[in-house]
Each structure stands twice: as C-alpha cells, then as structure tokens.
Design a protein. Structure first.
Length: 204
C-alpha cells in the first residue's frame, strides 16, 4: 500500500470510528416525567477535523430507562444539571420501542445517536453525599431526608405523609410529634374526665 492509499484508508477508518457511538457522559437539560424522556448535552468535547476541541450538539427526547417490573415502576425524577450516562444501541430502536416486541428494524443504522437510551445518573466528584446511614438508601444528597433499609430495621428521617391503609406488625417507635386526623398526640387532652371508672371523651 503506497502512502497515499494508506492516508486514504486511515481517513476512512477514522471517519467510521467517529460515526460509531457507544456511550457518553451527559448533562440533563430537560426532563419530561410524562413521556419519561430527557434532553441532554454531552459534557465531553469532540475533536474536529482541524484539531480543535468543540462542544458537541445536544440530543433531544432520549427515552429514560427506569426500573420496571410488570405494572410497577421505580420512577426517577431527574433535575436540570444532573449528570448521567447515555447508551447507544446496536440497532434502530424506533419500531421495537413503539411495539415493545420483536420486530425487524426500520433501518440498518447501528450505534447511532438516534438510538440512545438514558440509563441513569452518576455522582460527579464535585458533589459529596451527606451523612446517610449504612444500608440500601433513598436519600437527598445532603442526608437531610432518607429512607434506609438495614439488616433488621427500616430507618426514616423526615416528615411522612401517608395515603391509604397501613398495617404495621411489630414495634413502632416515634421520635417527634404525632398528629392523627388533625389531633396532636404529643401532647393532647381529653374531655369529660371524671374520677372513677368512667371513660373519657375523645382526645382533642
């Protein structure tokens, strides 16, 4: 192979390599909780043909990959500025994503920016987590609110608002105030209190 052919082959190989996308670290610029999609901006610059590092264009409407099990979903709630990872799929995903079943792709494109999936956030080095107890945790980064599942107990920090029935088996220990149907139980008073074996009125 003469030098000119080698230069041509090197240029073609470089072009093919640059058109192949595998994954990227990105910043969220928009999150749509209804469609479960994000707009993202790659955080790594790209080297152009002139040897200059350039900001990459954003990618819009990327499907978010939450954890789903049947009719249940663990839905994330991304914020603008969150850092995450985008994965570029092997094949055109449009028809498969629309149908949810096995199908022949619409095109033969491979590892294209058009076939990206956002697979979750990462914690950059500039963000430090707060004081969160050991265990499987759902928490704010600063540790001000959390639910931590430990070997023998579930620990919750923060105010709780429940809707629906609760069936608790075992010991319940509450530190702080308890309000039931608008009545403050810490402390509360009773009406109709008289000496003897009578029953007092409802707590107030």
């Amino acid at each position: 192979m003469n030098p000119r052919q080698k230069q041509f082959e090197d240029a073609r190989t470089k072009e093919a390599r640059e058109s192949l996308h595998v994954g990227a670290l990105v910043k969220v610029t928009r999150f749509d909780a209804q469609s479960m999609t994000v707009d993202v901006q790659p955080v790594s610059k790209r080297l152009d043909a002139n040897g200059t590092w350039q900001t990459q264009p954003p990618t819009l409407g990327i499907p978010v990959a939450p954890t789903r099990c049947g009719d249940w979903i663990l839905r994330p709630w991304y914020k603008v500025g969150d850092i995450g990872v985008v994965l570029y799929l092997d094949h055109d995903m449009d028809k498969a994503l629309a149908s949810g079943g096995e199908c022949q792709p619409n095109t033969e494109r491979s590892h294209s920016q058009s076939d990206a999936v956002f697979i979750g956030g990462v914690v950059p080095g500039t963000m430090q987590t707060g004081s969160i107890p050991e265990g499987l945790a759902l928490a704010k980064v600063d540790g001000s609110i959390y639910v931590v599942i430990k070997e023998d107990i579930i620990e919750i920090l923060g105010d709780c608002q429940w809707q629906g029935d609760i069936d608790i088996k075992g010991h319940v220990r509450i530190t702080g105030e308890l309000t039931v149907n608008g009545i403050d139980f810490t402390p509360h008073t009773h009406s109709g209190v008289e000496p003897g074996d009578g029953v007092s009125g409802r707590p107030q």
